[in-house]
Design a protein around this ligand. Structure first.
Ligand SMILES: Cc1ncc(C[n+]2csc(CCO)c2C)c(N)n1
Length: 210
């Protein structure tokens, strides 16, 4: 069994709970309450800042030029298309500048930031990839479970299509291959980070309805 298949099986309960969460079901139906969507986007934007730093660490620690190029292309996409998505949502929802820049962070968001910092500071390519694979793989998974027409509002529809497209699917497949290639040398450390990341993803969705 590959390392990524083992990790996915070891954390299947949290993974499934997140991938089929009420939030993603409502998102795909276009029925997320506005207050819930607003809370999600405000916290997730704070997630994105450290995420960019984590990708930078993965680029710096990669063991090949093709890997650096692939990660850099992905970084370019999320710092352009994805950043403007957040800004357009914040405009539509009337989120003031202070809350875009400096909201009160939930414990889960702080947990994500700490996890990403730990992976980045390890300067270990495989540990960075283990965390990235959860973040990307879980979003690909719920987005691909959505079949049927896109919901009418751009806030819902674009968040689905950002995670449900051939470029993103290829990228997740590549991350999986990279972890299977480099992770076995650091299996315990990669597994611990992977498990923490999946648990945080589940909690991040749970918090929205708490
Ligand atoms: C808590 C949380 N976990 C994972 C993601 C997923 N994600 C972060 S950046 C990125 C790149 C392309 O959209 C993806 C999929 C998220 N947004 N928020």
């Amino acid at each position: 069994m590959s390392l990524t298949a083992k990790l996915r099986a070891a954390h299947a309960a949290d993974w499934e709970a997140a991938a089929t969460h009420r939030f993603v079901r409502e998102l795909c139906a276009g029925t997320v309450p506005t207050a819930v969507m607003r809370r999600y986007l405000v916290q997730d934007y704070q997630f994105l800042d450290r995420f960019v730093a984590l990708l930078g660490a993965a680029i710096a620690s990669a063991d090949s030029f093709p890997a650096r190029l692939r990660l850099a292309r992905f970084l370019a996409m999320i710092t352009s298309d994805e950043n403007t998505y957040f800004q357009r949502c914040f405009d539509a929802l009337g989120v003031p500048a202070a809350e875009r820049r400096n909201p009160v962070l939930t414990e889960t968001t702080i947990g994500f930031q700490a996890l990403m910092k730990e992976a980045a500071d390890s300067r270990s390519y495989s540990r960075c990839i283990a965390v990235l694979l959860v973040f990307e793989g879980l979003y690909l998974d719920w987005a691909e479970r959505h079949t049927g027409p896109p919901p009418p509002e751009f806030i819902h529809a674009e968040w689905i299509t950002l995670h449900r497209n051939p470029f993103f699917r290829d990228f997740v497949g590549w991350l999986r291959a990279e972890l299977d290639r480099t992770g076995p040398a650091e299996e315990a450390a990669c597994g611990a980070l992977f498990g923490r990341a999946v648990a945080l993803e589940r909690r991040f969705f749970d918090d929205l309805y708490a």
